[in-house]
Ligand binder design. Structure first.
Ligand code: ADP
Length: 419
């Protein structure tokens, strides 16, 4: 990467916009913020620049108003975007389907395709697109790059990506495993190799991204070969409010016998399940507090959470054959030593263990937490999705030889990932 300047990274959700102004070379967040409760009666905007933190409670009617307010705050509080030399805007997009295998420069065709993929990600792609549309209007002179959560999993072998249902139904409705959190799995897998002092091509690893949403991936030599999220981010691990894996017949049973509609089931599995459904709390810190007080539901929630993790570790160990590393990342993975220890407990016969002393506490830096004797190194590596998006945005803008990026002599196609 040769550019000097900053990238505005935008993560536009259904009722929120998270943003960060990132220096892609140094890896620092120059400024960051969050617009919350868009479309509700009481909205809020938080903006941080250096030591200055500004909080405003005001209604934010839509994404356009939210982003306009953010740009105004950059002007008032800093940094001024003209001084910050914004060379690209990077947009997180959840579902790239079979259309996008890497980041792409946003144009009318890309906007249309993201829109067409909305049925596969009805909760995510429409708000992602709303952010892209508004940002392009407000910042028309900078390249906008879409970075897809699914792109890293474009390499999944058919055996891992295919659901065992009627092939014609699957084909017609584009039903297959697409995965999600790919930007984080990609970033963390490269960081893991760096920490181990090995080439990523030589490392077989499992990455466990445990935030509010949670996903596991099996990565062979830097290439994803399996992942726990599926057609949507609902499948796989137990999450804050999502069930993860479940017998599909449970849905049929509830619709037939409990009078639940399709929307009720959607709400149940996406918002009222996982830790929230089991313990009444989606934040693991609160689940621990309840469990410490002897709450049986909270203890069971922890056991279910850790049991699912352990099953995926075993399954992906088998998928990979040789397993060099397991990496924990995101809010839970980086901070929760109890969950890390529970997930790896009793796996000594597989060459996996966690050293209690090395594991103890929250980890702000990459840390090896396994003892020296294990065949698999267990690590914690903080993820940084904003930095990963910023770097990919610069690469795409540079490859297109766009003004503002310094590598203008190399006009490689900007849409290399545009399948
Ligand atoms: P998101 O998926 O929203 O990006 P994060 O990766 O920030 O989420 O993770 C948020 C979750 O991390 C919280 O809901 C909480 O369960 C967990 N978490 C954060 N800090 C801690 C902590 N100190 N101990 C245990 N869990 C934590």
């Amino acid at each position: 990467m040769t550019s000097s300047g900053t990238v505005l990274v935008v993560n536009s959700g259904s009722s929120s916009i998270k943003y960060q102004l990132v220096d892609p070379v140094l890896g620092d967040a120059v400024a960051s913020g969050l617009v919350e409760r868009i479309g509700e009666e009481t909205g809020a905007i938080r903006h941080t620049f250096g030591d200055v933190k500004v909080e405003r409670d005001e209604p934010v009617p839509d994404h356009g108003a939210g982003l306009r307010a953010v740009l105004a705050l950059f002007g008032e509080v800093g940094p001024h975007l003209e001084d910050a030399n914004v060379i690209a805007v990077g947009h997180r997009v959840v579902q790239g389907g079979d259309q996008f295998s890497g980041p792409v420069l946003v144009d009318a065709d890309v906007v249309r395709k993201i829109d067409e993929l909305s049925p596969l990600a009805p909760l995510h792609n429409p708000p992602n697109l709303a952010g892209i549309r508004v940002a392009r209007e407000l910042l028309p002179d900078v390249p906008h790059v879409a970075v897809f959560d699914t792109a890293f999993f474009h390499t999944l072998p058919d055996a891992a990506a295919t659901y065992a249902i009627d092939r014609d139904v699957a084909r017609e409705h584009k039903v297959r495993r697409y995965g999600a959190h790919g930007t984080s799995h990609h970033f963390v897998s490269r960081e893991t190799a760096r920490v181990l002092g090995r080439r990523v091509e030589d490392v077989n690893q499992i990455v466990l991204h445990l935030g509010n949403g949670a996903s596991a991936s099996a990565i062979r030599g830097g290439v994803a070969v399996d992942t726990s999220m599926g057609l949507t981010p609902l499948e796989g691990l137990v999450m804050g409010t999502r069930s993860g894996d479940i017998d599909p017949a449970v849905l049929i049973h509830l619709q037939r016998n409990a009078g639940l509609s399709v929307d009720d089931v959607d709400d149940l599995l996406n918002r009222r399940s996982g830790l929230k459904g089991l313990a009444g709390e989606n934040d693991l810190r609160n689940v621990h507090a309840l469990a410490d007080d002897g709450n049986a539901d909270a203890r069971l929630a922890l056991d279910v959470y850790a049991h699912r993790l352990k099953k995926y570790i075993g399954a992906y160990h088998a998928v990979l054959g040789r397993l060099d590393a397991i990496t924990f990342t995101a809010g839970v993975g980086e901070n929760d030593d109890i969950v890390r220890a529970m997930a790896c407990a009793g796996l000594e016969a597989l060459g996996i263990a966690v050293d209690p002393h090395r594991n103890a506490g929250r980890k702000k830096e990459p840390t090896i937490i396994s003892p020296d004797w294990t065949s698999t190194v267990v690590l914690v590596v903080p993820t940084n999705e904003e930095l990963a998006i910023a770097r990919q945005a610069v690469e795409v803008a540079e490859a297109a030889g766009l003004p503002g990026t310094s590598d203008e002599s190399d006009p490689a196609p900007a849409s290399a990932g545009h399948a």
